[in-house]
Ligand binder design. Structure first.
Ligand code: WT7
Length: 655
């Protein structure tokens, strides 16, 4: 084959194992196969039906979709309030005593928030926002640990139509001020701090630093979480800073939700692009509510008595859509945990599942691989039999990690939903439906009903089954981003110009002969080895399929012969020694498992990998390390010491 006839991305790894749904699960499942046909026949009619059936409207919508490519408006003419849909209606329906959140602080303190509690607290907080000068349309920044006041603050903003922008509590003062300035927020809601890895981690000092350079901020509203645990106390600036308990607690317990336009901006969430200026992804009200709540109900098979735990941080889109808005719209009982999975020990999550009899767990492959590294004994010590659905999100899940999750967490019986989506998409777009879809470990399977996804080559032509290329979406969906805040040109250029008429997600993907979608990582990470375009994902999965490996990352580096050479970084499961022989064996394992062209040129054993704070491997930094270059920007790294540890590490196996 000549180089130009070669595929956009090679299809190397074949995964043969399949998991058909258990008939007993299918019989009781929320999702039925018929929704695929209904949606395919008339996607707009499908979404319109769901919007009518699932949303409390103040005024009904008149047009389902206005599509002025690439600008979408959904449920045009409708009026609603999302906090009313997430809270008030459940209390009105007699569910006031139902638990909305079981909250667990890292030190072991607990709070139970019912829907009636939520209604009262959200109303009080909304009244407090008004007192602090926030009106409909004003933007509010939220920078908080994982405490109940975080969803309360979001819902309070939504109640009065003040778009929020949540900035993950692990981000720096600089990241916070950048986002505040882009959004021109008037208020920051924060806390004195939170508990993390057994320590009191102050948050307010970062806000103080950030607001030095944010002229639009008028007030800082501060929840007291740590209290006296803050070493030098929490400084409050007179006239600017106010304590939540001083202002919120004395408010009236009722606050009329404002009826807002379907397309009223609900929130901005900034994607932390590695080098470029963060993009303020805009989400609006009605379409987002419809997309998140319906997908949540179908994909997680949530039942009225279920306990559901999405273990992400509310600061990411996963938390916005599947801890706050989707689940609350469905009157779900959720778990919210403040701390890290290793505190006090690596079985904290399994203890929580046992204590609360959690039925549904949704988390990221990075967490699953970290648990895998710790071994099988910890989950085995706990009763995890309440689990009936498991979910994965954020990165491709390696088949081996999928199987470990299935066996050691799911007891070999629970369906796994590997859900592909993005901050921009707002809702899950590619996923199995539990009870309907036969799953294959490592595949996100098929587009959700009403979603048209395809894989195209460089010219935008659909790639036949069996081939790889670029993942695109060919029709609008309700929870899609409405643009980049203040920058419509960048919106067009980033997502819509590469393939005219299609949304380009930036991910590589392939489809197997049965039409299953397999995500292959960001296209920027694709390596070109001797004319073959290789995805990082498949080589990493081949490494993880070896029993000693917990996690792997591969990156390309310049090579005089092959153009690019593959450099691998490997984390071993506990109890295995890094040796030169093992390194060679792992390189050979990749060659036999997928192909000699994918054999890493070098392989380095590392104790950890550089990751973003949401757990994605930062391959850019690994490229720098592999090539001995000075490091670029490391401000979005979760743990900056990792890079130095890797650099200092020897134990590399090289050709
Ligand atoms: C990128 C979006 C969606 C919420 C969390 C991440 C990757 C996400 C999967 C999956 C393979 C996945 C993609 C995507 N990704 N889910 N199931 N399989 N890759 O949101 O930070 O906006 O990241 O995460 O590369 O484009 P995000």
């Amino acid at each position: 084959m000549s180089v130009d006839q070669r595929p956009e991305i090679e299809n190397l790894l074949a995964e043969g194992r399949t998991f058909p749904p258990d008939p007993a699960f299918s019989a009781q499942a929320n999702a039925q196969a018929s929704i695929y046909d209904e949606a395919a026949g008339d996607p707009e009619g499908f979404w319109a039906r769901i919007a009518r059936e699932t949303v409390i409207w103040r005024e009904p919508f008149t047009t389902t979709l206005e599509w002025d490519l690439p600008f979408a408006k959904w449920f045009v003419g409708g009026k609603l309030n999302i906090s009313e849909n997430c809270v008030d209606r459940h209390v009105a329906n007699g569910l006031g005593e139902k638990v909305a959140y079981h909250w667990i602080g890292e030190p072991g303190d607990k709070r139970t928030i019912t829907y009636a509690d939520l209604l009262r607290e959200v109303s009080k907080a909304a009244n407090a926002l008004r007192e602090l000068g926030i009106n409909t349309g004003d933007r509010v920044a939220i920078y908080m640990p994982m405490i109940p006041e975080l969803p309360i603050a979001m819902l309070a903003c939504a109640r009065i139509g003040a778009p929020h922008t949540v900035v993950f509590g692990g981000f720096s003062a600089e990241a916070l001020s950048g986002r505040i300035n882009d959004a021109e927020a008037k208020l920051v809601i924060t806390a004195d701090g939170g508990w993390r890895r057994g320590k009191a981690a102050a948050l307010k000092p970062a806000v103080d630093e950030a607001v030095q350079s944010t002229p639009t901020i008028e007030h800082v509203l501060v929840v007291r979480r740590l209290g006296d645990a803050v070493e030098s106390g929490t400084a409050m600036e007179d006239g600017r800073d106010v304590w939540w308990h001083d202002v919120v607690d004395r408010q009236s317990e009722t606050c009329e939700p404002v009826a807002l336009d379907s397309e009223h901006m609900l929130y901005l969430l900034y994607t932390s692009g590695t080098t470029a200026k963060p993009k303020g992804i805009m989400h609006t009200t009605a379409g987002y509510l419809v997309g998140t709540s319906y997908s949540h109900m179908q994909i997680f098979d949530v039942k009225p008595d279920d306990v559901y735990w999405c273990a992400a941080d509310v600061g990411w889109v996963t938390g916005h859509s599947y801890i706050v808005y989707g689940p609350l719209a469905n009157a779900t009982t959720g778990v919210m945990y403040e701390g890290t999975p290793d505190t006090p020990a690596w079985d904290r999550w399994w203890q929580i599942i046992e204590d609360y009899k959690v039925n549904i767990l949704y988390c990221a492959p990075t967490a699953i691989r970290a648990f895998m590294k710790q071994g099988d004994a910890l989950p085995a010590r706990h009763d995890l039999s309440s689990l009936r659905v498991l979910g994965s999100v954020g990165e491709p899940i390696n088949p081996e990690a999928w199987l470990w999750y299935h066996e050691h967490i799911g007891g070999g019986k629970t369906p796994i939903v590997d859900t592909w989506w993005q901050t921009e998409t707002g809702q899950i777009l590619i996923t199995p439906l539990p009870g309907v879809t036969t799953t294959k470990p490592g595949s996100a399977t098929f587009p959700f009903p009403g979603i048209e996804a395809d894989i195209v080559d460089g010219a935008g032509n659909s790639v036949p089954l069996g081939g790889g290329g670029y993942l695109v979406l060919k029709r609008p969906w309700p929870a899609m981003l409405r643009g980049i805040y203040g920058d419509p040109e960048r919106y067009k250029e980033t997502y819509w110009n590469r393939f005219p008429g299609m949304y380009f997600a930036g991910d590589g993907a392939k489809r197997d002969e049965d039409g299953y979608f397999w995500l292959l990582g960001r296209v920027d990470d694709v390596m070109n080895v001797a004319g073959h375009r290789l995805s990082t994902t498949e080589i990493e999965s081949a490494l993880v399929s070896h029993p000693v490996v917990a996690e792997a990352a591969v990156v390309g580096g310049p090579d005089p012969v092959t153009g690019e050479a593959i450099n691998a970084f490997v984390i071993l499961r506990l109890g295995n020694e890094p040796t030169k022989e093992l390194g060679q064996a792992l390189r050979d394992h990749v060659a036999t498992k997928i192909s000699p062209i994918a054999k890493p040129k070098s392989l380095m054993f590392v104790p950890d990998l550089p990751k973003t704070r949401s757990g994605k491997i930062m391959r850019r930094l690994l490229r720098d390390i592999a090539q001995g270059r000075s490091l670029g920007d490391t401000t979005t790294l979760a743990d900056a010491t990792v890079v130095e540890t890797i650099r200092a590490n020897t134990g590399a196996a090289e050709e």
